[in-house]
Design a binder for this molecule. Structure first.
Ligand code: ATP
Length: 300
């Protein structure tokens, strides 16, 4: 029986500016997303109903990933079927390479991959703009997982526009087996930052550094408004970030709402060196990945 397989990348936020909570409950965001070479894969087969199975490439908080219709990949399939009158169901098999609840939008990657896979399986063949609209309904980070590359995100993060870059970057990624809840981190952010502006902006410097391939400038420009909130909930993470500074990374920053820590390096050799150094501390799984990576991509 035919199976369609699609990969989708994890994201990092080079800059994440968080504004005040909007009347609809979401926070206004201004961010620079970058897709990194760490992927989930979603394989889709025709079925009568909608179901999902999940496995992981290595130890991660798999128990937190729902296997019912609340799984974001299943929600993506259900929404696509409902909006376009598809009379069939699908069985999804997810292979996770992106840490669960790690701030790297793994659930959103699965939703994006499921949309592309089901669109191919069912032959709906929607134009990218339509897929982006459905993606935005599913979650703020889903449109970017479709698009990949490097992009500015505004609104609640769902309005994405690609930005030019001139250099391949190498990130070192330090995972934690215990996730952090994104809503909890936002609640802590609200407590710590009652003065958050209504209209956060992406600083020009980060876009200039990306365009010029200035890794040192980019390292200095890394910024995450959720970091203080995540560190307040998990103080030990400050020490993890410090290890990267000692290891001469150009910059260290928390991934989204954490707890994954990201280190920007000089290139592949420097990244491999830092992976080895960080691994010796036994803090969690450490890997390196190039960026920018492509968005959701059909493999077969
Ligand atoms: P967020 O995207 O909310 O910022 P995150 O990037 O930190 O979250 P995710 O791995 O996307 O982390 O998962 C957040 C939560 O979403 C999980 O704890 C889980 O309960 C739920 N979830 C739903 N579907 C999935 C999925 N396919 N993969 C992972 N988590 C999922």
């Amino acid at each position: 029986m035919r199976e369609v397989a699609v990969t989708a990348p994890a994201k990092v936020n080079l800059v994440l500016r968080v504004g005040a909570r909007r009347p609809d409950g979401y926070h206004a965001l201004a961010t620079v997303y970058q897709a990194v070479g760490l992927h989930d894969e979603v394989a889709a087969r025709r079925a009568d109903g909608f179901s999902v199975e999940v496995r992981a490439e290595r130890e991660m908080a798999l128990a937190e990933v729902p296997t019912d219709h609340s799984n974001l990949a299943v929600r993506a399939a259900l929404l696509l079927a409902a909006r376009h009158g598809v009379p069939e169901g699908v069985h999804l098999r997810i292979r996770k390479g992106i840490p669960v609840a790690g701030g790297m939008a793994g659930g959103s990657a699965d939703a994006a991959a499921a949309l592309v896979a089901c669109d191919a399986l069912w032959g709906t063949q929607l134009p990218q703009e339509r897929l982006l609209e459905i993606a935005a309904e599913l979650g703020s980070d889903v449109p970017f997982a479709l698009l990949g590359g490097t992009a500015v995100g505004t609104g609640r993060g769902e309005v994405v526009s690609p930005v030019p870059t001139s250099r391949r970057l190498w990130w070192v990624i330090l995972e934690s087996t215990v996730g952090l809840s994104t809503p909890e981190v936002y609640r802590e952010f609200d407590r710590l930052r009652p003065d958050a502006p209504p209209d956060p902006q992406v600083p020009e410097g980060v876009l200039t550094a990306l365009r010029d391939g200035d890794v040192a400038g980019l390292g200095a420009a890394l910024h995450n408004d959720l970091q203080a909130a995540a560190l307040s909930l998990r103080p030990g993470l400050a020490g993890h970030l410090e290890h990267g500074r000692v290891g001469s990374a150009h910059g260290a920053v928390l991934a989204g709402s954490g707890p994954t820590c990201l280190f920007l390096t000089d290139g592949q050799a420097h990244a491999a060196e830092l992976v080895e150094r960080l691994s010796s501390h036994g803090l969690g799984h450490v890997s390196c990945a190039p960026a920018p990576a492509a968005g959701a991509l059909q493999l077969r």
